[in-house]
Ligand binder design. Structure first.
Ligand SMILES: [Fe+2]
Length: 462
């Protein structure tokens, strides 16, 4: 019997009675959208005056700078040498939104939401219940749980026996909580220090107007580009700016095509080569991790080698600005509670605390502070789907730091999300008993889930 077969009883539902159910006020989101959407569409309309709000035209694509050139735009050279197109028709409403200090219209409409309010979007079993934002005194913390640390060096530099031991340690850790800490991975810690510093540059050197030229839009499965603060998603005003880069944003093979231009994706020069190196280092870890997971599950360890060679990924840069008193009082979290959609995520250990993991066994939050230079690994919805719920897609969030002195510091992180190509099929791994999920195309699976964050129109059914 495979290990997996013996674990079938350990489903999330077994712990349902222990879940914390928090009292929440009814959501006050207006039907048909909210002010923030209207405001955002006004910005889009101002930046791309030929396109009506809600249009899916590529003119709304903040990445396609070259497509912005036209009679309504004036071409200028940005202060860092980046070509910038400033549209003189920027509306008053848009200009107001460009002010960082302007609050969202009705933050209470969303900070009291629960994950269960969006249950219809889920494509794997999730019975945990939590508030998207932090609930301060209403929550309990698991001070005793220790996320397992696994030495990837056993895979790279060990014997076959070492590799099997690593697979067992990693598999057990992931099955228990969906998170593990990787050491011995071979990535130079100085690269992470450089990446942290450059992440700050990416968000703080360009003006907000410049960053808004790269506003996020869906390409394939993934919403790629820039997310302003409080607009990471439509369902919670996260106190973070984000920026998502997928393969198309990098000159990965060193021979960029004629049409590739780094400035179509990056707001400052020099960032692409550094983050390309980071992605290439993380790509080296994909197969060792997946092969170990498959070994643990009793499957052919090379089952996903082809699917994960030069596969889709998303590098997300997060910049959490210093927390202002009014933000601290608003109840908003730095990043809402969520589960990752992907196969798995690699997060180099952030320098400032904040990451918290929901222990489904007791409904308590685990503060995860990994040692510098290590990588936090967590499994996502793709993985839960193909493992028939054996490896969970575990809820996590980023909270404000407990130390008041740290509230005044910016926090950065740069998770690397591993996907399969969007035309591939996600199906329960062969050999796992009683498969509960039918096969589904990756793009449909992915976008049905993420339409939770971006609206029903985001979903692509194929
Ligand atoms: Fe996440």
């Amino acid at each position: 019997m495979s290990l997996a077969a013996g674990k079938q009883d350990s489903t999330p539902g077994d712990d349902e009675e222990n879940f914390v159910t928090l009292p929440v006020a009814p959501r006050r989101r207006r039907p048909g959208g909210n002010f923030q959407h209207v405001e955002r569409d006004c910005i889009r309309a101002a930046l791309a005056p030929d396109v009506p709000p809600g249009s899916d035209s590529s003119l709304r694509d903040g990445l396609s700078l070259s497509q912005r050139e036209g009679p309504a735009s004036s071409r200028q050279l940005g202060r860092h040498g980046t070509r910038i197109y400033l549209d003189e028709s920027l509306s008053t409403m848009a200009a107001r939104r460009l002010d960082y200090s302007s609050p969202v219209a009705d933050p209470n409409a969303r900070i009291d939401a629960k994950n269960r309010d969006f249950a219809r979007f889920e494509q794997v079993k999730k019975e945990q219940e939590y508030l998207l934002a932090e609930a301060e005194a209403a929550e309990q913390f698991d001070e005793d749980f220790r996320i397992r640390t696994c030495d990837l060096g056993k895979f790279f530099r060990g014997t076959e026996e070492d590799r099997r031991a690593f697979a067992q340690e990693l598999g057990e850790g992931l099955e228990q909580i969906g998170f593990a800490i990787l050491e011995g991975h071979g990535v130079d810690p100085h690269l992470y220090e450089e990446a942290a510093a450059r992440t700050v540059d990416v968000f703080t050197r360009p003006t907000l107007e410049e960053k808004l030229r790269y506003r996020a839009e869906r390409h394939g499965s993934v919403n790629q580009g820039y997310f302003p603060i409080k607009e990471t998603s439509d369902i919670h005003p996260d106190l973070v700016e984000g920026w998502v880069f997928c393969r198309r944003a990098f000159d990965l093979d060193g021979s960029a095509s004629e049409s590739y231009r780094w400035e179509n994706f990056w707001p400052i020069p020099g960032a692409e080569p550094l983050f390309r190196r980071l992605c290439q280092e993380h790509e080296k870890l994909i197969l060792p991790i997946m092969q170990s997971v498959l070994t643990y599950l009793g499957c052919d360890p090379h089952l996903y080698d082809r699917r994960l060679s030069a596969t889709n990924f998303g590098l997300r840069l997060n910049y959490y600005p210093p927390v202002r008193p009014e933000d601290a009082a608003s109840g908003a979290a730095r990043l809402l509670g969520h589960e990752d959609v992907d196969l798995f995520t690699l997060v180099p250990a952030p320098q400032i605390e904040g990451l918290q993991v929901l222990n489904r066994a007791n409904g308590r939050w685990i503060r995860l502070n990994a040692p510098p230079g290590t990588i936090i690994l967590n499994t996502g919805d793709y993985m839960q789907r193909i493992t028939n719920d054996i490896l969970p897609s575990t809820t996590h969030r980023v909270s404000k730091p407990r130390d008041a002195a740290l509230l005044g510091q910016a926090r950065v992180s740069f998770p690397f999300n591993v996907y399969i190509r969007e035309d591939e099929i996600l199906e329960v791994l062969p050999g796992l008993p009683n498969p509960k999920y039918p096969p589904v195309k990756a793009i449909s699976f992915h976008t049905r889930i993420t339409s939770k964050y971006y609206g029903d129109a985001y979903a692509v059914d194929e």
